[in-house]
Design a protein around this ligand. Structure first.
Ligand code: 0RA
Length: 631
């Protein structure tokens, strides 16, 4: 290795570390598909965000190059290039070759990556055909190049330079990462979120493959984020905003009530979206409930004989963002997306409690919010009764599952699957075609209720939704229990047309709003029926996209072939449906994931909320690519 003439035990450790990453990339970046590809980019950008959080960097440039490589450039301090004492090596090389070395050399400030996906740039390096890093600091410019994680040059001194910062360019290794097809929109959405969360930072992203670019900079921070999140909703008042620091914890909170019913609360710790919440969220919720109850009491709106508003009452229609930054974040839970630092709860509660109380006393919004909570409470009582009725029925009649469910003979979520199928005729084919040992079919008639526009009590009156809840077996709302799920895979199977897309979106909305654990637990899937059947001579081929069709037809030796376009599932007979869409050894399933809950919330609100024009536009532009609807 560089700067040394013979192999040392350090070298061997380094090589073993790199080969561990290459052998089991999934352990480090989750997967080796497009998600994993994007993960590599985030990993490198996160290091630059660390510099921004430390207050020493205000600009990050991300470029997607035409050769499939990506460069990330920041104007931070520059990665140190001196000899690192414990190893006797150049720090730049250590950071790029030793797993988890990055964090050790950070000097103070807030760290983005600590404990979460922070696998470090060394893992990215190990998974890249090549990586080049260029550093400017102390008036000079330095560089080093690596291939598959191994240095192929020394740390070179390139001479005088006036700036400071780090530029990294890497090409993911196609032997390991299956695709170089970056999705600019997905990456940009995340950069935008990062910019919201880091006031004053500018992130500029360019896609040289097609010339697209985007710049994100928000002086308003979370306040700007709230405006975006509620863009298609009706806000009931001007947003509330507070920013303060308590004992080293920076707290930033923005909130606005809307005329909707769902709760859209997102929490972040050091810019990581803590999807499982944690102490910052708990602190926020308790302060919100307490402040609103206190206000309602002292102003006489809540009478002495009336009970307090519950947390649920005061969160109906609420959009809120909570962001904390701290030096030593502790993350817990399986997904590591739950903040555990106990002291943070009190920090957030005191900042939010004080500011909210003052705001309520001054702002006309107070009365509007209390009115909203009062109606919500009334509806909650009705909803609880409806829910208990459904649950009691489910419990009592657990042997009487919904009549139209064709259950499977095996039990246990390990092996079983439930197909939710649109329409009776497709339901019939699915029942005939399935493997009844482990595949159950639930046909839904027509469209299910749009839950985005209704409170839960209405949702529970809907027959299709009731059948769904009973078939799944895990209840709904606060009592939802994933442990009772009756099937391991829940598969939505709809026609590949606009109507099918609409029904799929209604179902996704329902799962996202009421059973999001089903999604985060990896249980929800979309079936992918074929678009065409191509017959030529004795050969029959099913294809799933227009591109596949064109490629297959172009490759045919004869010009004589027959093309059948499937408009609906009902056009396939039972055998064809099994062969193309249900057989686990041949079918293609799309797993539904929520990469970015805040964007998913916006998408569902736009698709399903009350504002029609943006929905129409979205469906018109996206109906054809609905298989890519990653929420
Ligand atoms: C360790 C220590 C210092 C900065 C960095 C790492 C650093 C890492 C990255 C990764 C991308 N851009 C970066 N910029 C800086 C601080 C060294 C000092 O005190 O000057």
């Amino acid at each position: 290795m560089s700067e040394q003439s013979s192999y040392t035990s350090d070298d061997i450790q380094v090589l073993e570390g790199l080969s561990a990453v290459r052998r089991r990339p999934g352990m480090y970046i989750g997967s080796t598909d497009q998600r994993g590809l994007h993960h590599l980019v985030y990993e490198v950008v996160d290091n630059s965000i660390d510099e921004a959080l430390a207050g020493v960097c205000d600009r990050i440039e991300v470029t997607l190059h035409t050769d499939g490589s990506v460069s990330v450039e920041d104007n931070g301090r520059g990665i140190p290039v001196g000899i690192e004492k414990t190893t006797g090596r150049n720090t730049l090389e250590v950071v790029h070759t030793v797993l988890h070395a990055g964090g050790k050399f950070g000097g103070g400030g807030y760290k983005v990556a600590s404990g979460l996906h922070g696998v470090g740039v060394s893992a990215v390096n190990a998974l890249s055909s090549w990586l080049e890093v260029e550093v400017q600091r102390d008036g000079r410019r330095y560089s080093q190049r690596y291939e598959k994680g191994v240095p192929v040059t020394e740390v070179k001194d390139l001479g005088k330079a006036s700036g400071h910062g780090t530029r990294t360019r890497f090409l993911p290794d196609s032997e390991i990462i299956h695709t170089l097809d970056y999705r600019f929109k997905t990456l940009a959405q995340r950069f935008r979120e990062m910019a919201f969360l880091t006031k004053g930072l500018t992130i500029h992203a360019r896609d040289l493959r097609d010339g697209r670019e985007a710049t994100y900079h928000f002086e308003g921070g979370l306040l700007a984020f709230i405006h975006l999140q509620n863009r298609n909703r009706k806000g009931l008042h001007a947003p509330f905003y507070v920013e303060a620091e308590v004992e080293g914890t920076a707290v930033e909170v923005a909130l606005q009530y809307t005329d909707g019913y769902s709760e859209s609360v997102f929490s972040f710790a050091n810019n990581i979206n803590t999807v499982d919440g944690g102490t910052h969220l708990t602190g926020f919720r308790s302060a919100l409930t307490r402040s609103l109850n206190e206000y309602a009491r002292t102003s006489g709106i809540l009478k002495d004989n009336e009970g307090n508003f519950s947390g649920e009452d005061v969160r109906e229609g609420l959009t809120a963002l909570i962001s904390v930054k701290l030096a030593d974040p502790q993350f817990e839970s399986q997904t590591k997306a739950k903040l555990g630092n106990a002291e943070v709860q009190q920090h957030v509660a005191s900042v939010v409690g004080d500011a909210l109380t003052k705001w309520l006393e001054k702002d006309a919004a107070a009365k509007t919010i209390i009115n909203k909570a009062t109606t919500a409470r009334r509806a909650r009582v009705a909803a609880r009764q409806a829910r208990e009725l459904v649950l009691r029925k489910t419990a009592l009649e657990s042997s009487t599952l919904p009549g139209k469910l064709a259950d499977c003979s095996e039990r246990g979520a390990d092996s079983t699957e439930l197909f939710i199928v649109e329409g009776d005729s497709a339901g019939g084919s699915a029942k005939q075609g399935r493997d009844r040992r482990f595949q159950a079919i639930l046909p839904l008639r027509g469209k299910i209720l749009n839950v985005e526009k209704r409170r839960m009590d209405h949702a529970l009156e809907n027959l299709e939704i009731k059948a769904l809840i009973q078939a799944l077996g895990c209840g709904i709302g606060p009592q939802f229990d994933l442990g009772n799920l009756r099937y391991g895979k829940i598969i939505i199977m709809t026609d590949a047309d606009v109507d099918g897309a609409h029904i799929m979106t209604l179902l996704l909305t329902f799962f996202f709003r009421y059973m999001d654990q089903l999604i985060s637990g990896g249980h929800l899937f979309l079936a992918q029926p074929p678009l065409y059947r191509i017959t030529s001579g004795k050969a029959t081929e099913y294809v799933y996209t227009e591109q596949q069709k064109d490629a297959y037809v172009a490759g045919l030796e004869t010009a004589r072939f027959e093309l059948q376009r499937y408009k609906g599932l009902g056009e396939m007979n039972a055998d064809q449906l099994w062969e193309t869409t249900m057989d686990p050894t041949a079918r293609q399933l799309i797993q539904v994931t929520i990469d970015d809950a805040a964007s998913a919330d916006q998408v569902f609100d736009m698709l399903m909320g009350s504002d029609v024009p943006p929905r129409r536009k979205f469906i018109q532009t996206h109906a054809r690519e609905v298989e890519n609807l990653d929420v």
